[in-house]
Design a protein around this ligand. Structure first.
Ligand SMILES: [Zn+2]
Length: 210
């Protein structure tokens, strides 16, 4: 974990209230009902061959939630965020949800994309399949310059053997930037015999920011 990430995680633990930050209800990281109006209207966008459903732009409160989920290690929050995504979009014709995996060597305590997928899965009654892996250790996407993200090798992600063959999958990631990661994930699913129906993210940041 880099120094800025460590600081953000530390700040997240200190600042995030043990109550819904929007209405003050105790005992929840955020209320599902409080979250839904923030995602209105949700966005459907086109990232080349991959269709994207996203909660909104990566700014304001939506960005704050994304940062706390990722750098604050707040898995309970991620689950509610996933449920909110599952509520605002109707279940598509799909067999499973496949989260973008953590990078090899990541020191994160959990995969925020997998937690989001679990929340969506609960609303859509679909299984979550850990079907992809990164082929090589690399720094996180948002830490890379724009050009390097676009130049990510076409086989940067690989399918896990036997897990996704014949499956129609919804890819899940926390934040979409250029869409390169999602396109590589879709390509890996295809090589594993699966098919990407669409991708879902909490937010979309056409210009990358952490
Ligand atoms: Zn609330």
């Amino acid at each position: 974990m880099s120094i800025p990430e460590t600081l953000l995680a530390f700040a997240g633990h200190l600042l995030w209230p043990a109550a819904c930050p929007l209405c003050g209800a105790l005992g929840v990281p955020v209320c599902l009902e409080c979250l839904l109006p923030l995602l209105n209207p949700p966005l459907a966008e086109d990232l080349g061959p991959v269709k994207l459903w996203t909660g909104g732009r990566h700014e304001g409160l939506l960005r704050e939630f994304a940062l706390e989920m990722k750098y604050g290690g707040n898995r309970p929050l991620a689950l509610v965020m996933g449920r909110a995504l599952g509520r605002i979009f109707p279940p598509p014709e799909a067999d499973c949800l496949v989260p973008v995996p953590l990078h090899r060597g990541s020191t994160r305590i959990y995969n925020q994309s997998a937690a989001l997928a679990s929340g969506i899965a609960r609303e859509w009654n679909l299984p979550v399949i850990d079907g992809l892996l990164w082929r090589e250790e690399r720094s996180t996407q948002t830490a890379l310059p724009e050009e390097q993200r676009r130049n990510m090798p076409s086989d940067a992600l690989a399918p896990r053997r036997g897990r996704i063959a014949g499956k129609r999958a919804v890819l899940v990631d926390d934040v979409a930037t250029t869409g390169t990661t999602l396109r590589r994930a879709a390509s890996a699913l295809e090589r594993g015999g699966g098919r990407t129906v669409l991708a879902m993210t909490w937010t979309h940041s056409p210009k990358a920011s952490p």
